[in-house]
Each structure stands twice: as C-alpha cells, then as structure tokens.
Design a protein around this ligand. Structure first.
Ligand code: BGC
Length: 738
C-alpha cells in the first residue's frame, strides 16, 4: 500500500471552522470560447449545472482510488492510477482519469500495461533553463503522453518554494524564487493543458518540508506568505490557468491546508478569482463540513486514503442537516465542470495510442541540456575529444538517477540499475533511466573512454593516474516523504572525489542530485556541473555539454549554501535519515518561517552571507558584456533597457537578471530576466518590464499590494550575488488589488 491510514486525534480541536462561502461566478479562462463567440467554459458549466440534481453535483466532488498503487483492485473504467471519477452517465461527461505527475506519466506499482514513459529532468533543471518556452514544450510533451495513455488529469505543477535545500521534494519544484517558479510552472501547466489534459498546481500551500508533513504547521505572517510562496502560485495560475489546485498535507498557521479558508477561499478564489476546483492531496482531507466551508471542492481518492470518505454520503448528510449550503455544493460542481470545459475534455477525449518515445526523449534531453548548470570551469571544459578520459562512479555506465515518490516515472527499458523494487515498501529503491552518460560520451569521443565504478577509492585513484582527465559522477537520491538530514553527498563520495583529485589534477565532477550539496573538494577539482536529475535523455545531454557539442546555459534556481549554519534553520526539527512513516506522522510540530518572504538568496543578501554558489549563477563557454542600463516608468510599468554583447569565443546563451531593492531595504528580489541566444560578436538590446508585485509589499491591514513611494535600486546582474550595474528610479508609490 502506498500510504498508511491514520487517526487525527487531538488535532481537530485546534482547527477553527472556516467562514461560509458564497458561490463565486466562474471567470473566463484563456482556453475557453470567449473570443470565438462559442459559449465560454463558465457558460457551459452553468448551463449543465441547471440540469443537475444534488446527487449529480455530489458525484463530481468525490474521486475514488484508481487502482494505481497496487493495494486495491482497478475499478471498472479506470486505468490503474491515482484516482478515478465516473460522472453520472446522463450528464454526458467524460470520466476523470487522474495520474501523477509533474515530470512524466507515472505507474508506481507497475499495474498498467503501458506504464513506462518518458521523464523530464527534475523541475529544478527546467527552472534552471530560465526558458519559459522550454517549460511549455516539456509540459506539452508529458501532457501528450498522459493523453495517449488515456488520462485527462495530470497531478503536475509542483510550485512550493524550495525554502530548505534538504527538502526531499525540491526536485519536483522550480526553486526558491516566486517569479521564476510562477512563470516556469505556469508554462509547464499551459503546455500540459494544450494537450487537453487538466493539470493541477500543487501543493497549496507551504508544503516546503516533508518531515512531519501530515501534521506540521507552517507558520508565517500572511503578508510574507503573499510576497513569497503564494506569489509563486498566483503567477503560475495567471500564466497557466490550471484546471485544478491541489491543497497540501500540512497545516498553515495551524489550519490544515485543505480546510484553510484564508488559502482556499479568501486568497485563491476571492482575491485571485480562481475559477477551477480545489482537490485534496491524497490523505489531506480530515473533515466534511469544515473542509467544504473552507473551499475544498473535491476529495481525492476518498474511498481509500482519507480516514473516512468525507465528501461521500457524509457530505450529502451535511447538506441535508443544513451544515453545508446547497449553493456550496453547486459551486464545487460548477468549478469541476468549468475545468472540464476550459481544457476541452469532452471535445478531445484521449485516444490510447503509443507514445513517440524518440521525439519525447529529445524534448527531455533538450530540457536537461538547457537546465544543467556549469558551476566551475578552470579551462578543462569542453573536453578534448582526443583525451583519454576515465569516467568514475554514479552508475554512469548504466544510466542517470531520478528522484523517488509519486513523481517517479517508470523508465522505458526498465531501471538501469535493477533493484527488487516490488519487494520494498514505499518509496522503493532509486530508479536509473537507461541513458548512460558513458555510452553517450563514447559516441562523441570514441571507445577509448574507460570506466571505474568508484566503489573503491584507492583503485579509482590508481586508475585516474593513467588518464588525461577524469569525470566523476556523484549522485544523491531524494524522495518524497523524506528530507535529508544534511547537505552532504552520501556513501563516501566526498572521499572518493578527494582521493581521485589527489591522483589527477584534471577532474570534472558531475552532480546528479535533487538539491544543492556541499563541496568540500571544490578547490581541488577543475570543473563542476550540476546536472540535477537528468531525466530520460540525460546521459546524452550531459555528454554533449561536456564535449561542447552544446554550450551550458543553465542558471541556478536555488542558492547553494556553504554550510547548513548559513540557513534560516540550521537543522530540520525531527528529521531522520531514511525513515518514512514515523517522520511523516509523528508529531504536531510547527515550523516558524521567521525569515518571512526573505527566502533563499533574499535571505543571504539581507544577512550579508556569501553562498557557495548564488541563485542565478551559471557559466558557459563564452563571455558576455552587459551595459547601458536605463530605467523608465510609464504608469505602473517599470521598464529596464540594456544591451548584452557576446564578447567571447563562441555562440552562447546569456541570462541577464534584474534585481530590485525596495526603498525600505530587505533582500534583493528578482523582478525580471531575459534568456538570449547570441552568436559570437553579436549584441542585442533588451527591454524587460519588472513584475510590479515584486516591487511591492503586501499590506495586510489594507488588504492590498503597496508599492512604496521612494527610490528603488535596480541591479542588472549575472546572479543574485553579482554587484552588476545599479541604477535608481524614484516611484511615487501606488496600491494594487490583492
Ligand atoms: C503526493 C501528490 C500526489 C498524490 C497522488 C501524494 O502523496 O503528495 O503530489 O499527486 O500523492 O499520488
């Protein structure tokens, strides 16, 4: 079984009832028929709703286990996935077939005949591209694979900020900045939905740690939350129009996210005018009335995963007893219908067809190629093709590692480092995609490349003495439900790298990790490439970057700290290595996010701490010069204009970034960027409009965004720690709707 059931016990007493909810008129989304004269999604939803009985409506707010986790039979009509919802036949609506996840289509317990699929690299790699078109293409790829497998709902769109670089799920997310996260995740969602598959946006909100995730309260001032984690979700919604938002396991300021009226009703539905539906994470609903009144619209897999099926007959009884207004049920159903029509599910039913694995892998490969970050290069990269290179470790002869949990995709061709996964409890063993870097490097540089598994540092060092250069692959597995207690590479890999670097001065380290790691050996190696979890085309992408067939262009979406002591919380309370359930459930603890909206690089800047590698950082094989920065304000738009010139020896990609410092100080904030491909010698003029909410503070008392009057510093920089070029602009100040 995937998850254990559990008893809530005394927690319920802590949870105050949410405010009653007025049904909201759905807003017209980007994908409906507003322009064409055809009825809009909202109009179609309203039209059908008029013909629906209460029973019909209730049927839309409760999904069942889809049989995907192997513990329950696959219901008739379901495909073997996370959840399944069969609407009453007379409504003429398609069944909702829901599957994980954000990197590709999952089949965790191998119950589907066509389970294997193509996986994108980790979300951090996609964020590392800073390329919204790439994010969209990746979303369209996994959306098309879902559709071809018969699914019309993808449990994708992970947008929690990476507040802690030890969080086990960071590899599913898009980094520590709300603007980058919102735009990248929003485009991924837009790509998925362009294939007529509803995407979720998850896990709403503040599911920023896995330790005690079922009970933990993430405590943070609401204004700070609006300026950080919630801003990321807000921008993702504006960009991608997800049909569904998944509320998370944790509590936020004491209230469970799935019964938190501030999150679900006030913020999401009222302030952001969100027209889609809120579905619970698997096991995240704990009540009937409280959740319904707070804004939960659909209980997920409610027959098996929650303590009781709260939105089944219990919800009908609550309506009968007058505890939940009928109008609230109609609103829930309308929101589900809205998403179904907005994404075009009835008109574009999935047709089960084989996926185009080669074409899809090429997209995953390009994503990795753009998202891998070159952190250091003392002239050794690109590697010479005539060099005798020794490749060490990381199972680089077999494949590339991936992150575990519900985001796991089953590789086509099987796990390249086979483990008896079925015998192991959730989350199983690490899975390697059979895209071997060694083979791809040999394809570029010839069979002369040798391999050593790196299991014996002395032997690896001995072999390294004979080589012109050494490429060491280091891995660290991250998995849903477990945080890492530290930032170190595991299994003696630091010692291996140090031993090899003593034997050969020409060492390149490739890191396949789900998070930043410490690098005690950094000064003794020549190059470091952060490859994240590289996905189905990862080996090929890494080889092309190492040999210069492609130029690195990724930039960090997360700060790499020098030590855990630099973080707002040097330790994660209650964390333990490699334990799942007791760590998920064992305590009602709280985490105080006293750093507020100063997440990641903002914290490092505000505290004047020097990271190992800053947010935004990334090297390539050429050089750029940026200059001529001017600022102009027109109405509420602040536009930065500047030029970028490729002054180095080859074509390349620049990612100039704009950071603002508000008149009242605080850490600098990313307000815009541009990704530019420039041929050698080419220069380009760029205009970037700064995101106005990044210029603002959230004013809780006035319930508005407030851009303060005063002088703003705007910095054109290569990363969050670069001094770059600074200009100032005086703004008169204004407020904006929440
Ligand atoms: C995860 C979700 C996932 C769901 C269904 C949960 O444990 O938090 O991200 O979509 O399971 O598998």
């Amino acid at each position: 079984m995937k998850r254990l059931g559990w008893v809530r016990g005394g927690l319920c007493a802590l949870v105050a009832a949410g405010a009653p909810v007025e049904p909201l008129m759905a807003q017209d989304g980007a994908q409906d028929g507003a322009q064409s004269g055809a009825p809009t999604a909202a109009q179609r939803a309203d039209a059908l709703l008029r013909h629906m009985s209460l029973q019909d409506q209730l049927a839309l707010v409760f999904s069942r286990d889809g049989g995907g986790f192997g513990a329950h039979a696959i219901p008739r009509g379901a495909l073997g996935s996370a959840a399944f919802l069969l609407p009453p036949a007379h409504l003429g609506l398609p069944a909702l077939e829901e599957t994980d996840a954000g990197l590709g289509v999952g089949d965790p317990r191998h119950v589907r005949p066509n389970g294997p699929a193509v996986s994108l690299p980790s979300g951090l790699a996609t964020a590392g591209t800073w390329d919204v078109a790439m994010a969209r293409a990746g979303g369209a790829m996994i959306g098309a694979e879902a559709w071809r497998n018969g699914f019309n709902v993808l449990l994708a769109g992970g947008a929690d900020l990476t507040r802690d670089p030890r969080n086990g799920r960071n590899f599913e997310y898009a980094g520590e900045d709300p603007l980058l996260t919102g735009r990248i995740v929003g485009q991924t969602i837009a790509g998925i939905q362009s294939r007529h598959v509803i995407s979720t946006l998850k896990h709403f909100a503040m599911n920023d740690l896995e330790t005690s995730r079922m009970t933990l309260s993430a405590n943070i001032a609401p204004a700070a939350m609006r300026e950080s984690d919630l801003l990321g979700f807000e921008i993702a919604i504006e960009t991608g129009h997800p049909g569904a938002v998944m509320c998370s396991y944790n509590r936020v300021n004491d209230l469970f996210a799935c019964e938190n009226a501030y999150l679900l009703t006030k913020t999401l539905k009222q302030d952001w005018h969100y027209p889609g539906f809120v579905m619970s994470d698997w096991g995240a609903d704990h009540t009937t009335v409280r959740a319904a009144l707070a804004g939960l619209d659909q209980e997920s897999s409610g027959d098996t995963i929650d303590a009781r099926p709260f939105f089944g007959p219990m919800l009908a009884q609550a309506v009968q007893a007058g505890a939940v207004p009928r109008a609230r049920i109609a609103d829930m159903a309308r929101r589900v219908l809205y998403a179904v029509y907005d994404v075009g599910l009835p008109e574009h039913p999935p047709v089960i067809t084989p996926i185009d694995a080669a074409a899809d892998t090429a997209i995953a490969e390009q994503d990795e190629e753009e998202g891998a970050v070159l952190l250091r290069n003392r002239g050794i990269l690109p590697l010479r093709r005539d060099a005798h290179v020794l490749v060490i470790g990381g199972h680089a002869d077999a494949g590339v590692i991936s992150g575990g949990g519900s985001a796991q995709v089953v590789p086509i061709g099987g796990n390249a480092v086979p483990a008896d996964d079925k015998a192991l409890p959730w989350p199983g063993a690490p899975v390697y995609f059979p895209s071997a870097p060694l083979r791809a490097m040999q394809a570029l540089a010839g069979e002369k490349l040798a391999y050593d598994p790196g299991t014996d540092p002395a032997r690896a060092a001995q072999a390294a003495r004979q080589a012109d250069a050494v490429v060491i692959f280091a891995t660290k597995w991250s998995v849903e439900s477990i945080d890492s207690p530290d930032l170190s590479l595991s299994d003696g890999q630091d010692a291996l790298i140090a031993a090899v670097a003593r034997a050969n001065p020409h060492v390149v380290v490739v890191l396949e990790t789900g998070n930043p790691v410490l690098m005690p050996w950094l000064e003794s190696v020549q190059a470091v490439m952060q490859a994240w979890y590289p996905g189905s085309g990862g080996g090929q992408a890494i080889a092309r970057l190492l040999y210069g067939a492609a130029a690195p262009s990724g930039h960090l979406p997360m700060t790499f700290p020098r030590a855990a002591a630099q973080l707002p919380r040097p330790d994660i309370a209650g964390v333990r290595a490699n334990t799942v359930f007791d760590v998920q459930f064992h305590t009602d603890q709280e985490v105080m996010y006293d750093e507020g909206s100063e997440v990641g690089y903002r914290w490092f800047d505000a505290r004047r701490r020097q990271p190992l590698f800053p947010f935004g950082f990334g090297l390539t094989y050429t050089d750029f010069r940026m200059g001529d920065l001017t600022l102009a304000a027109s109405g509420h738009d602040v536009v930065a204009r500047f030029t970028v010139r490729n002054v180095g020896p080859r074509d390349g990609v620049a990612v100039p970034q704009l950071y603002v410092t508000l008149p009242d100080g605080g850490g600098r904030r990313l307000a815009g960027w541009q990704r530019l491909t420039l041929a050698r010698g080419e220069s380009q003029q760029v205009a970037v409009t700064l995101e106005p909410r990044v210029l603002a503070r959230f004013d809780d008392a006035a319930d508005r965004w407030r851009v303060p009057a005063g002088r703003f510093q705007v910095r054109l920089a290569t990363d969050a720690a670069d001094q770059g070029t600074v200009r100032e602009i005086a703004l008169a100040g204004w407020t904006m709707a929440p």
